[in-house]
Write a protein that binds this ligand. Structure first.
Ligand code: FMN
Length: 480
């Protein structure tokens, strides 16, 4: 059964040993972020867990972070699938979106605060990069709406707590939330916005899907869930919000109302600059009884932000290649978990069918995505195993022949490009074809039958049990 709300999900995460409840009292102005930061900096992906800070100084609302994207395993539990099935699940959801449905009960409005009762300072919003961020920041799912079509957009746009009833939201040019705002501003009308804090996991995971403007990510969340997301009319703005969320913050952006936003610790590992961004006037805060606050942790990689964006992006790219572009022999796609999908390293495994096939597929990925490096390997490579990837690069890639530089890429987010006189220099991309061109399959491993026979001897001797690494399995399978 799909998780109805994030509480059901937390129970499952806990049962699987992937959630730590922290009873110690913690200070949201630095301690929550620093503890979560150590989890990402010091623990390997497989050892990480979601965190719930149950006792937040000065608040009676607990704070959860890392609960959706501490690691690939945690993400898979949030998606209700196995780690190896994440891409396929994304593909099915993208091809079979399910429209939202009206909720019969609306827990997220058990408490409704409007007018003078609105006070963002009553929410335990953490400071994510203490002493460097401009203020506490809300880092959760943002809903907006196109004035002309009525279609909603769901994304994550960070929002600075400016004062008790105002946020300043980082709506960058061209972003879909910006287009929604502009569609209202052109008619001189305030644009409705809502922040969703702690809905069922798929709502948040789908909100970072890079789909076209006009596609409501909530329908993709429905596709991931396998049933409609239950939504309710927000109390003070014309938006439909997930009914089972912990907290909803409703507001509107009045045309031309802007203020300073930033600095803020960015996903790429550096502090982002100060800029002028739209101000949201908060019209209501609604919440469940005894709500739990939720925020994605981003900043220095690896982070929850990089994990969820990379895993989501890989699913999208696989669907693009196989379904939209018809490259049926693409086996798998991986985007490294450290660079947030954007600017990251994307790896495609492909059963090549003709000379130049790998470069063609790699170029398609480079053109259609923000990835900075794209590597194409054969389908006998485990693309999530760094050792196997190195083997492919060292043994099948001839740098002078197999690398292509794609220059003149505009990328405002790439920290490696220089800004001169306010102008951002161009970035570039690297495409690597690490597929085999020699036709060699005379691997220096004993024959498959012998290797499997030796497993019996291994057991008989009583040597420690192991799972056959995919890299070995794939190579042995080539010799079948
Ligand atoms: C924690 C977190 C914070 C983010 N903050 C922003 C932001 O402030 N502005 C932005 O444009 N994208 C931000 N993103 C990335 C977008 O949410 C993501 O690219 C999304 O797909 C954009 O949706 P859109 O295409 O509907 O605009 C953030 C992602 C995460 C996980």
């Amino acid at each position: 059964m799909p998780y109805r709300d994030i509480r059901e999900y937390l129970t499952v995460l806990d049962d699987k040993g992937k959630l730590k409840r922290i009873p110690k009292s913690v200070d949201p102005s630095w301690e929550i972020s620093c503890i979560a930061r150590w989890m990402f900096q010091a623990l390997a992906d497989k050892d990480r867990f979601g965190l719930i800070f149950e006792n937040v100084n000065g608040f009676d609302i607990p704070v959860m972070t890392g609960v959706l994207g501490a690691s690939r395993d945690v993400y898979a539990i949030a998606m209700e699938t196995a780690p190896d099935e994440i891409n396929e699940k994304w593909g099915r959801a993208l091809l079979n979106p399910i429209p939202s449905d009206t909720a019969k009960s609306v827990p997220c409005q058990e408490v409704v605060l409007t007018g003078d009762d609105v006070d963002l300072n009553n929410l335990p919003v953490p400071v994510w990069t203490p002493t460097k961020d401009a203020a506490p920041y809300i880092t959760s799912t943002t809903i907006s709406r196109d004035h002309n079509t009525g279609v909603q957009n769901t994304a994550v746009y960070r929002a600075k707590v400016k004062d008790k009833s105002h946020l300043t939201v980082n709506l960058a040019p061209g972003r879909h939330g910006t287009l929604c705002y502009e569609s209202y501003a052109r008619s001189g009308k305030p644009a409705p916005f809502a922040w969703v804090i702690g809905a069922e996991p798929v709502v948040h995971l789908a909100s970072v899907a890079n789909v076209h403007y006009g596609v409501d990510e909530m329908t993709i969340a429905g596709g991931l869930k396998g049933e409609p997301i239950e939504v309710a009319q927000a109390r003070t703005v014309n938006l439909l919000v997930p009914a089972h969320a912990e907290i909803i913050i409703e507001g509107e952006v009045r045309p031309g109302d802007v203020d300073e936003e930033g600095p803020f610790g960015e996903f790429a590992g550096f502090m982002g600059p100060v800029g002028k961004r739209p101000v949201v006037t908060i019209t209501a805060i609604t919440h469940r009884l005894n709500p739990i606050y939720f925020g994605f942790i981003s900043q220095m990689p690896p982070s929850e932000s990089t994990v969820i964006q990379s895993l989501g992006y890989a699913g999208l790219i696989l669907k693009l290649l196989r379904h939209d572009l018809g490259y049926r022999t693409v086996k798998d796609v991986h985007v490294d978990l450290t660079y947030g999908g954007m600017l990251a390293h994307g790896i495609v495994s492909l059963k090549t069918q003709y000379p130049g096939h790998a470069v063609r597929v790699g170029r398609a990925v480079a053109n259609e995505t923000t990835l900075k490096r794209v590597t194409v390997v054969d389908d006998d490579i485990d693309i999530r195993d760094p050792m196997h990837m190195d083997w492919a690069m060292n043994s099948r890639m001839n740098p002078a022949r197999d690398t292509i530089l794609i220059d003149n890429i505009f990328s405002r987010m790439d920290p490696s490009v220089r800004v001169r006189d306010g102008e951002v220099e161009m970035s570039s991309k690297l495409l690597i074809d690490a597929t085999d061109k020699s036709g060699r399959s005379d691997f220096s491993l004993p024959p498959r039958d012998m290797m499997f026979k030796a497993l019996d001897s291994w057991k008989e001797i009583g040597l420690p049990e192991f799972k056959i690494p995919k890299r070995t399995q794939y190579i042995l399978d080539r010799e079948k």
